[in-house]
Design a protein around this ligand. Structure first.
Ligand SMILES: *Cc1c(COP(=O)(O)O)cnc(C)c1O
Length: 403
């Protein structure tokens, strides 16, 4: 297995890839499991340039901010799962997102991005990029026409998050890629909610796929990390700037934990999907629940697109009730199994109220039609539920007790 070439790995099933890709037994000890290499520096036997611009795939390990043996195994495994030439890991999902935008956009460039997405990304787009002289157009990227209308001669990047936080909107990756390339722009996809088990954005034409490894890929809520996969030239630039110069390096210990989590990603995603579809159906039938958003439900406005683009509907759903504040208070006091907490993609189920006014004012700053659309869908707020790996019957009973 240690001698497997990338091309051979691509022929293997996804469960085999998740376990074996990027890993090989230790050449000296024969250790079967990846070693955790915490060393910050490496003894070299040839002169190695100190410049981030001179690093190639054959450069030996020199310094962990450049590359590390444990982290490299994670990068190589994720590259295989995403069918990517290359992958680079970061200290968090936000570090990965910020590096993509900082490294591939500059003063005078323009980006079109989802207008409702992960709040950290939303605020980075609206507050930080304009200060650097980058023009930003937040639009509903689930409507391809909205992206097209927003494109300008200086558009260099489209940024979509699919499924998106918290409405679970689906953006058409193949159509967005086509649009981006016709205008000489890159398409970056935040695929954190989908994971490579559901969707492989690069195979649909995207240029860069971004993950928070903190979520499904690590999967156990105990290690923060981020990653970007894509063509070698694009990833090389990200490593040179985002990791080596901005310093958003992933701790090898976190890489080791995340690598261990990745081995079971295909199995976990199957179980997340199975549980989420049962919980979604339970909530949709519940008299106290006004609306449920889950890409796997036929009531989802883009269920067909989700079916064509996702092999797994993942474990994220949102729902709304009347008087959400009161339910949130009750959840904090009375939920027995589900944790009232932010984040997602862990073995534990997590629920959190995303209040509409708060999100609109602090992160999305929507107005006009887009504000109307958001309010019509989300009401006063959405409960974002990351359905974990407990027994679905226990999750439904826990929710039933507070609803
Ligand atoms: C969590 C998340 C991020 C940010 O990742 P961190 O690891 O928390 O920095 C980005 N995008 C999405 C969709 C996320 O869920």
């Amino acid at each position: 297995m240690g001698n497997m070439k990338k091309a051979d790995l691509q022929k293997l099933g996804v469960q085999t890839q998740a376990i074996h890709a990027g890993e090989s037994p230790d050449a000296i000890t024969g250790a079967s499991t990846p070693n955790l290499v915490m060393s910050s520096t490496f003894v070299v036997d040839e002169e190695v340039s100190f410049s981030a611009h001179n690093i190639s795939e054959t450069t030996p390990f020199v310094y962990t901010r450049w590359a590390n043996p444990t982290t490299s195994q994670l990068e190589s495994k994720l590259a295989t799962l995403e069918e990517a030439e290359a992958c680079v890991a970061f200290s968090s999902g936000m570090a990965a997102s910020a590096a993509v935008m900082f490294s591939h956009l500059g003063h005078g460039d323009h980006i079109v991005a989802s207008n409702t997405n992960y709040p950290g990304t939303a605020e980075f787009l609206r507050d930080t990029l304009p200060r650097m002289g980058v023009e930003v157009s937040p639009v509903d990227t689930s409507r391809i026409a909205s992206i097209e209308t927003a494109i300008r001669p200086n558009t260099r990047m489209l940024w979509i998050e699919t499924p998106s936080n918290p409405l679970l909107r689906i953006s058409d990756i193949a159509a967005a890629a086509d649009l981006a390339h016709r205008h000489g722009a890159l398409l970056a996809v935040d695929s954190t909610f989908a994971t490579p088990i559901a969707t492989r954005p690069l195979s649909l034409g995207a240029d860069l796929v971004v993950h928070s490894l903190t979520k499904y890929i690590g999967g156990h809520g105990d290690a923060m990390g981020g990653a970007v996969a894509g063509r070698s030239d694009l990833i090389g630039r990200l490593r040179g700037e985002g990791v080596i110069h901005y310093g958003s390096v992933l701790s090898p210990f976190n890489a080791w934990l995340i690598l261990r989590g990745m081995a079971t990603l295909p199995l976990r995603m199957r179980a997340h999907e199975e549980n989420a579809s049962q919980v979604a159906e339970f909530l949709e039938a519940h008299p106290r629940v006004e609306r449920v958003f889950y890409p796997g439900l036929s009531s989802h406005p883009q269920h067909e697109l989700a079916q064509s683009q996702m092999r797994n509907f993942s474990g994220m759903l949102s729902f709304r009730v009347r008087d959400p504040r009161r339910l949130a208070d009750k959840m904090m006091r009375e939920l027995a199994v589900i944790h009232y907490a932010v984040s997602l993609g862990h073995q534990r189920s997590l629920v959190y109220l995303l209040e509409t006014e708060d999100l609109i004012e602090s992160s999305y700053r929507l107005s006009g039609d887009e504000l109307g659309k958001y309010r019509a869908a989300a009401g006063e707020g959405l409960f974002r539920l990351s359905v974990g790996l407990e027994d679905a019957v226990d999750l439904c009973a826990d929710l039933d007790a507070v609803l």
